[in-house]
Design a protein around this ligand. Structure first.
Ligand code: HMG
Ligand code: MG
Length: 304
């Protein structure tokens, strides 16, 4: 039998998801969520964010979350706990808490970047450079996010060439991978393919990942369109948690359960236990007192 091709899932529910949920979770519940996700077979899990707690209070305590995860008897070396770091101060926090990798983030739109991190795209790249320089000296892998690749909540259309330039700049500085953020979920499959085809003329496909929010219900179709072109890394969020605090109306990421169900149907290997993941999605939705945003999760629960 032919070996199934592997798709890497970057689970962002405990960061992108929780950063935009009204109800703040305790450190203990965040740790429980992340450990449950790891037990489902997810191996790259964003577990916190070292940003200003005045800007994003939901991510306060990320240092304790990472410390507890690292000290836990359930800690598996196969699992990477990642954290967002906007600047050197954030990187210092992530290093002190022993994050396995960090992610820097900027966008292809100045106005979004200004609202999100209080500077222009160019200024953000200048802030990010020392983060990458320092991370390199300590051997810490850094992922780079480019937000608003399909559209910006403030300026509307975004120039594809701007996405290419910012992605290229992040790779040149030393990011090992670029995650393409459809922050407000406005992309469609045709637009997704156009963006990826353009990027692939300049950057290696193996260093690109996709990050779709599901605001207009296009995320799964967009992921399929991206897989068809050779993308092999997909970001998703258990139970479709979250959104973005600086993009009004943006709904959560595509649900991990839905992505795994689709990957299984396409014959890819995601190495994730879908039943256990559906249970985790149902559990966290209950803890947050919110509807479960995963259709596959709801269907699996209804059939149990
Ligand atoms: P600023 O006000 O311009 O920063 O904020 P500053 O350097 O002038 O510092 C101001 C205060 O913030 C100081 O404290 C600093 O110590 C503190 P004060 O003296 O006033 O008490 N500060 C920090 N505190 C903790 N951790 C830090 C840090 N840095 C400074 N790392 C800053 C700039 C970036 C800090 C701020 O704008 C911020 O935290 N923004 C949050 C942005 C954010 O988290 N957005 C959501 C994540 S991005 C996203 O979701 C998109 C993504 O999913 C992809 C997609 O969907 O497209 C990744
Ligand atoms: Mg996001």
């Amino acid at each position: 039998m032919m070996k199934k091709e592997k798709i890497k899932i970057v689970e962002v529910g405990a960061r992108d998801g929780l950063q935009n949920e009204k109800q703040e979770l305790s450190v203990e519940l965040k740790v429980e969520l992340i450990e449950r996700l790891a037990a489902c077979g997810l191996t790259t899990i964003e577990s916190g964010s070292f940003v200003s707690p005045k800007w994003v209070p939901q991510m306060a305590g990320s240092d304790q979350v990472l410390q507890q995860l690292n000290a836990s008897p359930k800690r598996s070396k196969a699992v990477k706990y990642a954290a967002l770091t906007p600047n050197l101060q954030g990187l210092e926090g992530a290093l002190a808490a022993n994050a396995d990798e960090v992610a820097v983030f900027t966008a292809a739109s100045d106005v979004f970047t200004q609202k999100n991190i209080n500077c222009t795209v160019q200024q953000s790249l200048e802030r990010i450079r020392p983060v990458l320089d320092h991370a390199r000296t300590v051997g810490l892998p850094v992922r780079g996010y480019v937000s608003t690749v399909m559209g910006c909540p403030y300026q509307g259309e975004v120039d594809v060439n701007k996405v290419v330039d910012v992605a290229q700049a992040l790779l040149d500085m030393g990011c090992y991978e670029i995650s393409l953020g459809d922050t407000i979920g406005v992309g469609t499959p045709a637009k997704t393919q156009q963006l990826i085809r353009t990027l692939a003329m300049h950057l290696p496909m193996s260093q690109l990942a996709v990050h779709f929010h599901d605001t207009y219900g296009q995320a799964l179709a967009n992921i399929y369109a991206a897989l068809e072109l050779g993308i092999r890394t997909v970001d998703s969020s258990v139970a479709g948690l979250g959104g973005c605090p600086y993009a009004k109306g943006a709904s959560g990421n595509v649900a991990t359960e839905d992505v795994v169900y689709m990957l299984n149907g396409l014959g890819y290997d995601s190495s994730v236990d879908l039943q256990a993941l559906a249970q985790t999605g149902a559990w966290i939705s209950e803890q947050l007192n919110r509807p479960n945003g995963s259709k596959a999760g709801l269907a699996i629960a209804a059939n149990q």
